[in-house]
Write a protein that binds this ligand. Structure first.
Ligand code: ACM
Ligand code: ZN
Length: 534
């Protein structure tokens, strides 16, 4: 009894404190750091909040951007009356705040509605991605803080690449990859479709490319040094209808798809189907091993015609201005002893095989330029002289990109040490899934600056942006694609979107911890090391 009398005020105090804390909890959560990735250029959080109880996020949020000036999103009020709560508007020069940026947007969360204003549908769509992240973060609280976000990107090329040759990913998986690219407000998907180990795009004029070149008899397993192979037939390809479906899907998210058709190297799968286009035709086999191979496309006229026919079909499928023609890792071994290649060099007065490759790329460029397309290639296309209108993807460090920008050519930075997401991302590597090698941590990606330090100021505008590359020699499943991409894609997205002055690695990691709940909800796999690291 005495105990009760003594304890009663304490219990009541505890009860009051508990009720107070529970009431405060949503407010505290409302004040939490916004788990937005990439972080917007300007955020002003206001004092109030908007109720999101009963609001469904998908799929209407994705369609919101398409339904301009109409209620895109409805919530059921207590009386079951539908209330429009999201209003999207396109206004030319929507706001001076957007500095004319076509992908920019202004997002207001007001007490009774959400307003999005942009210069274009693209901007409205990017805004819905911010909204999706906000809605998820505050779903359990049931309300979003009132705020004003003014946002636009830093770079125009914000890309992710996926190698679907070494391992094949279904069109549904490719669409999931596109969803992930869109979530981080990236706008370019570089689709690697042809390589030594598999040709993955249907070409109607040359059906053997997929029929024969689309599968290999066996694959390398385990680390390269073991030189072990399975005996399982491995293949897959995208029909032209599949390609159209993926391209349209990406377009609905304002993502440009850039196809890569490799030439003159990385062409063993194509040569297996059509050996007559090699320097020394023989019965080739689609490669089972990873690496670089001596048998490449010959520079004879018939091969160039074959490639132009292929590119004509590719151009009809992809609305992209840029077509990626590869150009990397092309040994000149065969060209050196091929009568036709040597004859061509003599006729064109080319001094070496690098100049022959440069001629080859320029011939393809002329063909594509005449069709209103531009070429982009790996930085080896600088060797022997850069084609007049070519853009360069700098992968062997930043030197190629720097040289091309100095020559006033467009550049996409994707240096191996920062942007190759097939490298290890955690140590000890023995704990990690087998990878190609290297070590590219999250902080390394986050601290990367796409504009090379030594580039003169008047050349910096040639750096369009950067891209993360996911080569799949050692990535056998789509879950592993997600694991290798995430969260490094978050770091890359932020350096490409957010102003340097706002970037902050510790703040980014805190946001990432909150954001990982959205990844969990969406079933996206990721490397969790940032959850426990200091
Ligand atoms: C490349 O990684 N071979 C472009
Ligand atoms: Zn040849």
């Amino acid at each position: 009894m005495y105990f009760y009398i003594f304890m009663k005020p304490i219990l009541s105090l505890l009860k009051t404190a508990l009720v107070f804390t529970l009431c405060l909890l949503p407010i505290l959560e409302l004040n939490a750091q916004l788990a937005l990735i990439p972080y917007p250029q300007k955020v002003i959080v206001k004092g109030d909040s908007l109720s999101i109880v009963g609001l469904t996020l998908n799929p209407s949020i994705y369609n919101a951007a398409l339904k301009i000036n109409t209620p895109a999103f409805e919530s059921h009020s207590a009386k079951n009356k539908k209330t429009a709560i999201i209003q999207c508007n396109i206004q030319q020069q929507a706001s001076l705040k957007l500095q004319g940026e076509k992908e920019g947007y202004v997002l207001y969360v007001l007490k009774n509605k959400i307003e999005i204003t942009a210069n274009s549908r693209e901007g409205l769509f990017r805004a819905t991605q911010t909204l999706q992240q906000l809605m998820h973060q505050f779903a359990t609280v049931g309300k979003i803080p009132c705020l004003e976000i003014t946002d636009y990107p830093k770079f125009s090329w914000r890309g992710m690449h996926l190698d679907c040759c070494r391992h094949f990913f279904s069109k549904e998986e490719v669409k999931q990859y596109i969803d992930m690219i869109a979530m981080y407000k990236m706008n370019t998907f570089h689709w690697h479709l042809t390589d030594d180990q598999g040709w993955r795009i249907e070409i109607k004029k040359y059906p053997l490319l997929t029929k024969i070149g689309g599968s290999r008899k066996s694959s390398m397993i385990g680390p390269y040094k073991n030189h072990e192979f399975d005996s399982i037939v491995y293949g897959g390809y995208y029909s032209q209808n599949d390609i159209k479906e993926v391209v349209a899907y990406a377009a609905s998210k304002y993502i440009n798809v850039i196809p890569e058709i490799e030439m003159p190297g990385h062409s063993v799968a194509a040569l297996t189907a059509y050996p007559q286009y090699a320097c020394f035709p023989r019965a080739f086999e689609v490669e089972k091993e990873w690496g670089v191979f001596d048998d490449v496309f010959c520079t004879k006229d018939s091969t160039l015609q074959f490639l132009k026919d292929i590119l004509d079909e590719v151009c009809a499928l992809f609305p992209s201005n840029y077509i990626h023609i590869g150009g990397d890792e092309c040994p000149k071994t065969r060209w050196k002893t091929c009568m036709q290649c040597q004859g061509k060099m003599k006729k064109l007065a080319l001094k070496d095989e690098n100049e022959l490759q440069s001629w080859f790329v320029q011939d393809i460029e002329k063909h594509l330029n005449a069709k209103g397309k531009k070429i982009i290639g790996w930085d080896e296309i600088l060797e022997g002289g850069l084609a007049p209108n070519a853009a360069v993807m700098s992968w062997r460090g930043e030197e190629g990109g720097t040289a091309a920008a100095n020559l006033s050519h467009a550049v996409v930075m994707t240096p191996g040490g920062y942007c190759y997401f097939d490298h290890y991302q955690d140590t000890p590597i023995t704990k990690e899934p087998l990878a190609i090698g290297g070590y590219t941590s999250l902080s390394k990606v986050y601290n990367y600056q796409p504009i090379p330090k030594n580039l003169p100021a008047d050349k910096t505008s040639y750096i369009l942006g950067a891209q993360g590359n996911v080569w799949t020699e050692y990535i056998t499943t789509f879950k592993q694609v997600q694991y290798m991409s995430n969260p490094r894609i978050c770091a890359l997205a932020e350096i490409l979107w957010t102003a340097n002055e706002i970037k902050d690695f510790n703040g980014f990691k805190e946001r990432l911890k909150l954001h990982s709940q959205l990844l969990d909800a969406l079933g996206i796999n990721y490397c969790p090391n940032f959850l426990t690291e200091n």
